[in-house]
Design a protein around this ligand. Structure first.
Ligand code: ASP
Ligand code: MG
Length: 404
């Protein structure tokens, strides 16, 4: 009997009525003959009693400073509570279920409190419980170090738990249940014409997740991709098939096409553009290294990086602007930092080596009279930096150009 991992997000488990919908999904998989492992997030969003942000608030009321170790102990409770409530709900429906913490489920992490990485998964206990005919409900977002310290996997980390368990259990599929129907070609709040996607490659979803599409945690996609376990993103509250994410190989009767030039759009707002100019060759005088070491030492992440002999450009989070201004002034170079930018990107596994994709992107933006301030590309995306106020217009223009 195949194993299915089903992950339910905070909204899906937030109320008794919604948990009934969750039971329906679990029951459906059981009735189809699968052995089911359920991963749950903490119940609800900020403001609701057992949500992650509410728990953090409890400690912050006393002091803004919380030690990362204690913060993890605190945050892990949200998912543990959720797992027990889910088991109670399943049992009230006559289904035999058992709750496990991340540690009990065999998830071993490194010592990076608040943002730990999973090092190993020991699935023996889950497999034994499944063999006994039980539904296993695992508290998402957490694990433990080799010596039993409780850790969490970074915000949104329940997706990561589900993907890691899927790989360790060699599941047929990992289903990520959420409150939207699947992955869309663009954010429907920006682009009303956005359409749901039937299929997507891991690479495409990864790019979209890193570029701000919030449906699934990028690390979860990377884990599923490495383990070659298909992901399906679908709604708890509707019966549609959602979006299937896999590589280019056919799964069942569905073929994941790798040849779509543009599959979807992604965007990221709140960016500042850093430009460093010099009359001297920045390679020769070693300033290229100085600039990036300064950013690294300040813990400021840089993106859309472009280095040339007399100019360095990159973008940073707007929030880090003042700090960047301060530390870069030490170099004595001519530094300008402008806030108010957004990154808009086209994503598609099939664009590699195809002429004319950038031309079409520029054409779309030009027709909408949107200026490009900077750009960067990979094998699966081209991203342009535009003024933040032009972001949604840019996305609409690109959607019209590529996805109509
Ligand atoms: N509850 C955690 C968070 O809010 C983990 C998750 O929901 O995936 O980040
Ligand atoms: Mg989430």
């Amino acid at each position: 009997m195949g194993i299915v991992v089903q992950k339910f997000g905070g909204t899906s488990v937030s109320s008794a009525e919604k948990r009934e919908q969750v039971v329906r999904k679990i029951k459906h998989a059981v009735d189809e003959g699968s052995r089911v492992v359920v991963v749950v997030s903490a119940m609800g969003r900020a403001g609701e009693p057992y949500a992650t942000d509410t728990l953090i608030g409890l400690a912050r009321e006393i002091s803004k400073q919380i030690r990362p170790r204690e913060l993890d102990l605190l945050m892990s409770c949200g998912e543990i509570i959720s797992s027990v409530i889910m088991v109670q709900t399943l049992r009230s429906h006559g289904l035999d279920a058992v709750a496990l913490t991340g540690a009990q489920a065999g998830i071993v992490t490194d010592y990076h409190f608040n943002n730990a990485h999973i090092k190993e998964v020991h699935p023996a206990k889950i497999l034994k419980l499944l063999d006994e005919g039980k539904i296993v409900v695992v508290a998402g977002f957490q694990g433990a170090t080799g010596d039993g310290e409780i850790t969490t996997l970074g915000r949104g980390g329940s997706d990561t738990t589900a993907a890691a368990l899927g790989v360790a259990l060699k599941a047929d599929v990992v289903e990520i249940y959420t409150d939207v129907d699947g992955v869309m070609t663009a954010d429907p709040r920006m682009v009303p014409q956005a359409k749901p996607l039937d299929t997507l490659t891991y690479q495409e979803l990864c790019e979209m997740a890193h570029l701000g599409a919030k449906v699934v945690h990028p690390r979860a996609v990377e884990i599923a991709m490495e383990g070659r376990i298909p992901l399906r993103i679908r709604s708890t509250f509707a019966d549609g098939p959602g979006t299937l994410v896999a590589d280019g190989a056919p799964i069942g009767s569905i073929e994941i096409r790798r040849d779509k030039i543009v599959t979807g759009l992604a965007h990221l707002a709140g960016m500042a553009l850093v430009t460093i100019r010099s009359k001297d060759d920045l390679n020769e005088n070693g300033m290229v290294l100085d600039v990036f070491e300064i950013m690294a030492d300040s813990g400021i992440s840089v993106d859309m990086i472009q280095v040339a002999p007399y100019q360095i450009r990159f973008i940073i989070d707007e929030q880090r602007m003042e700090q960047a201004e301060q530390v870069l002034s030490r170099t004595g170079l001519d530094v300008t930092i402008e806030p108010g930018f957004a990154k808009v990107a086209i994503v598609g596994s099939g664009m590699r080596g195809v002429p004319g994709v950038m031309a079409k992107m520029v054409k779309g933006l030009r027709q909408a009279e949107i200026a490009i301030y900077h750009s960067v590309d990979s094998h699966t995306n081209i991203a342009c930096l535009v003024k933040q106020e032009a972001m949604s217009k840019a996305l609409q223009a690109l959607h019209f150009q590529f996805l109509n």
